[in-house]
Write a protein that binds this ligand. Structure first.
Ligand SMILES: CCCCCCCC(=O)SCCNC(=O)CCNC(=O)[C@H](O)C(C)(C)COP(=O)(O)OP(=O)(O)OC[C@H]1O[C@@H](n2cnc3c(N)ncnc32)[C@H](O)[C@@H]1OP(=O)(O)O
Length: 194
């Protein structure tokens, strides 16, 4: 029987990530990869509206303002929403590697409660890569980029082909995304190298 490891520690043989030569310059705003994305889409009314910037190496930073719609307990962010913010931030790292990847496993530590109206300062980087497996880590701080840690996560992203979305996504959204006349937007909806 093939027993899958659940460890998020990169295995022997994992290598350092390589920033793609066409990756956006450090400090550059990445913008939404898909305008309906719950994490970053500008046209998604229920979304987190995460604003992500390229960092040095294979790293990004992001800002997320916790809104009333993101509550779990009264006045506090829902843990699943915070996990989504960490997931989305790490998801953006694929754009610096120029690979399409989806989250396979995500482990989150909730360190401090995060009140509504808080700006969460997120940073993420790829730790190592082994074949299709991308090991990443992310931290969310409150009060500023050097503020106390509120949440952190480790994740394993798995590289996929664009067929992953075409075969599994609902046809109406897939067709709408593919028929956008802006080819860069089409490419980014699926995080494909344009
Ligand atoms: C466009 C970018 C948007 C970014 C948005 C933010 C990121 C997201 O939220 S993505 C959405 C959430 N994620 C998903 O929907 C993914 C759903 N899962 C899947 O489609 C599949 O399980 C998938 C693609 C991850 C893996 O399936 P498959 O391609 O068949 O890979 P498979 O051959 O099983 O595994 C490949 C390797 O990864 C490992 N692996 C796969 N899944 C896991 C897992 N959950 N935990 C640990 N290891 C795993 C396998 O053990 C295997 O390792 P090895 O090569 O060492 O044997």
């Amino acid at each position: 029987m093939n027993v899958r490891t659940t460890s998020l520690t990169p295995p022997a043989g994992a290598i350092a990530p390589v920033r793609h030569p066409d990756a956006p310059a450090p400090g550059e705003l990445l913008g939404a990869h898909y305008d309906q994305c719950f994490g970053c889409g500008e046209a998604q009314p229920h979304g987190l509206h995460l604003a992500t910037r390229a960092g040095e190496g294979v790293s990004v930073t992001a800002r997320f303002t916790v809104k009333a719609a993101h509550q779990g307990a009264p006045g506090l962010a829902h843990g699943g929403v915070l996990a989504a913010a960490l997931d989305e931030t790490m998801g953006a790292l694929g754009w610096l590697l120029r690979v399409i990847a989806v989250t396979g496993r995500l482990e989150t530590d909730f360190v401090r409660p995060v009140p509504v109206d808080t700006d969460l300062y997120l940073d993420a980087h790829v730790v190592a890569v082994r074949g299709r497996k991308i090991y990443s880590t992310a931290t969310g701080r409150i009060g500023g980029p050097d503020g106390p840690v509120a949440v952190r996560a480790d994740a394993l992203f798995i590289e996929v082909k664009v067929d992953h979305f075409i075969a599994n996504g609902r046809p109406e959204e897939i067709n709408a995304a593919l028929s956008d006349p802006d080819q860069v937007k089409v490419a980014r909806a699926f995080e494909v190298n344009p």
